[in-house]
Design a protein around this ligand. Structure first.
Ligand SMILES: C[S@@+](CC[C@H](N)C(=O)[O-])C[C@H]1O[C@@H](n2cnc3c(N)ncnc32)[C@H](O)[C@@H]1O
Ligand SMILES: [Zn+2]
Length: 275
């Protein structure tokens, strides 16, 4: 069985067809499906690193932390925001920088429950390991290793794009969205992990105006999600530390000073429309 997809060939930009074992384009390029069903569409010229994206330790920590449900209230608001703002039931959506797929897989089951039409859900991440994890969460997701700076997606093909704490390229995002398509950006708010950062840094650097998208988009809606949560184990704190960029800047010994298991979660969701 073959199926047309919204993935495009990174070499000649023709749409990719999904076959039994490969994706292929009309230009004769082929891309093997991994056993778990994802495809690698990242060209060596798309990255300077041999192992791009988050490290194995960051990914494993993020997965362990997210699986404990601490960010589930945020994920629920995200799902509700997509449901509330989507313009048609037959939805083509991409999560750009989907990581190990926590949010995308939870959105998939929410949409299955709430939409009468089957949504087509795509995810890309520059880290192959992350995509491999994401593929184990949900076999129905269409996943590819790829860069948000060179999205392997056909022009003007998507109704909805998610960018959750991941790098953005507004030009690429505008290219792949249909006219009036929606872009949801998630970014940390000013109070995110405030006490945690206070221990790590003498003067915690402020979290600036993240998540703002400029030319080619207009802001339709903004939501704040903030709550406090008590971590159940000290190990969860270590995972939190390792999944954030702080572990790149702070020494492990500074982390040892964190005692409190109470954390502040403060996230922003911004919904933009392509103009
Ligand atoms: C902070 S994580 C967020 C992952 C996921 N959205 C989540 O919230 O759980 C950032 C992700 O962006 C990915 N990434 C980094 N550079 C990228 C790029 N150029 N294109 C696509 N993904 C990228 C990393 O591998 C990582 O999975
Ligand atoms: Zn091709």
């Amino acid at each position: 069985m073959t199926k047309e997809t919204l993935f495009r060939c990174p070499n000649c930009h023709q749409a990719l067809i999904r076959g039994e074992k490969q994706y292929y384009c009309s230009g004769g390029h082929t891309f093997d499906l991994a056993r778990k069903g994802y495809v690698n569409l990242l060209l060596p010229s798309h990255t300077r690193s041999r192992e791009p994206g988050d490290s194995k330790q960051m990914l494993q920590s993020r997965r362990a932390f997210l699986n404990k449900g601490y960010y589930q209230p945020f994920s629920d608001v995200l799902n509700e925001t997509v449901l509330r703002t989507l313009q048609r039931e037959r939805l083509a959506l991409l999560d750009a920088g989907c990581g190990e797929g926590y949010y995308l897989a939870r959105l998939a089951s929410c949409l299955r429950e709430n939409l009468s039409e089957k949504a087509e859900l795509y995810g890309i991440d520059i880290s192959k390991r992350a995509i491999n994890y994401a593929a184990s969460r949900d076999r129905n997701l269409q996943l590819a290793v790829g860069s948000s700076y060179h999205l392997p997606i056909v022009n003007e093909s998507l109704d909805y794009l998610l960018c959750i704490f991941a790098p953005r390229h507004e030009g690429e995002f505008a290219r792949v969205l249909k006219p009036k398509g929606l872009l949801l950006v998630a970014a940390p708010g000013p109070d995110h992990l405030f006490s945690f950062r206070q221990v790590l840094y003498k003067d915690p650097p402020p979290i600036g105006e993240r998540g703002t998208v400029g030319e080619g988009f207009k802001l339709l809606a903004e939501r704040h999600v903030s709550y406090e949560v008590e971590l159940r184990q000290k190990e969860d704190l270590l995972h939190l530390f390792r999944m954030t960029p702080y572990c790149r800047h702070a020494e492990g010994t500074e982390f040892e000073r964190i005692e409190a298991l109470q954390i502040e979660v403060d996230f922003k969701l911004l919904v933009y429309q392509k103009i």
